[in-house]
Design a protein. Structure first.
Length: 255
């Protein structure tokens, strides 16, 4: 009887042990699969490319983009060797002024002021302050007519001093196509247009104005403008210009 009981006990115990082992294996397998799933999810989230945070462009960056678009168009019309960007000109006062773009042609020197604004621009050629409106945003800014008139005066002084003559000069104000313009009382000879109008405007000037500059004139003007570009000049000159700009702004704010 004792032997039979032992055998019966063994038979009853063994299935229980097997059941426990099988359940443990199932649990461990399920745990491994769950951990692998979690690892895959974490890896997917980590490897997923994140969108770069939006960064608002500075006025300088926006202005540079507008200048580049005008530069590209001008080089198609005048040729790359006859268009110059960010030209520094020293005035008789010793201060530097920066001209956005210059283009040289037998009909004269084209002095271009770029304003890369969107929205509405209201201005009067006789007023020193213009208005820029975009939705609820409003701000006044210095008249580009007066600004470019100062550039032309400085350029005439520099040409007379460096090359001994003053070429004919024509002032151009160029805005982007997304800008609405309400501008009155522009001075004679000044052209104001949007970017897509620039080509036809220049074409009409070429037809109306007789060539005044010969090859000898162009050979004197082009090197002067080339070596006066910001990209060519040392950083010390750029630093001086920034100090001059700050001084002018401080003087204007005190008025």
């Amino acid at each position: 009887m004792k032997k039979t009981n032992k055998k019966n006990n063994k038979k009853t115990v063994k299935p229980k042990v097997k059941t426990v082992k099988t359940t443990a294996k199932k649990k461990s397998k399920a745990a491994r699969e769950a951990s692998l799933d979690n690892l895959a999810k974490r890896t997917t989230k980590r490897d997923k490319p994140q969108k770069a945070p939006y960064q608002k462009k500075s006025y300088a960056e926006i202005g540079a983009e507008g200048e580049q678009e005008i530069y590209n168009l001008l080089t198609c019309i005048f040729g790359k060797g006859c268009v110059f960007r960010n030209v520094y000109v020293q005035r008789s006062s010793g201060r530097l002024t920066e001209i956005d773009l210059l283009a040289v042609h037998p009909t004269g020197v084209y002095v271009v002021e770029s304003k890369n604004y969107s929205g509405l621009v209201c201005g009067d050629g006789n007023n020193s302050q213009w208005l820029h409106i975009k939705g609820s945003y409003k701000r006044s800014f210095y008249s580009p007519v007066a600004q470019n008139a100062g550039h032309v005066d400085a350029l005439r002084e520099a040409c007379q001093y460096h090359i001994g003559f003053v070429p004919p000069m024509l002032s151009l104000l160029v805005f982007p196509d997304r800008c609405d313009l309400q501008i009155v009382n522009l001075p004679p000879g000044l052209r104001c247009c949007r970017l897509t109008q620039l080509g036809p405007v220049l074409g009409s000037v070429f037809q109306a104005v007789a060539p005044m500059l010969g090859q000898s004139h162009l050979q004197a003007i082009i090197p002067l403008f080339y070596q006066s570009q910001r990209s060519v000049l040392p950083e010390s000159v750029q630093a001086q210009h920034m100090r001059d700009v700050a001084a002018v702004k401080k003087w204007a704010s005190s008025k």
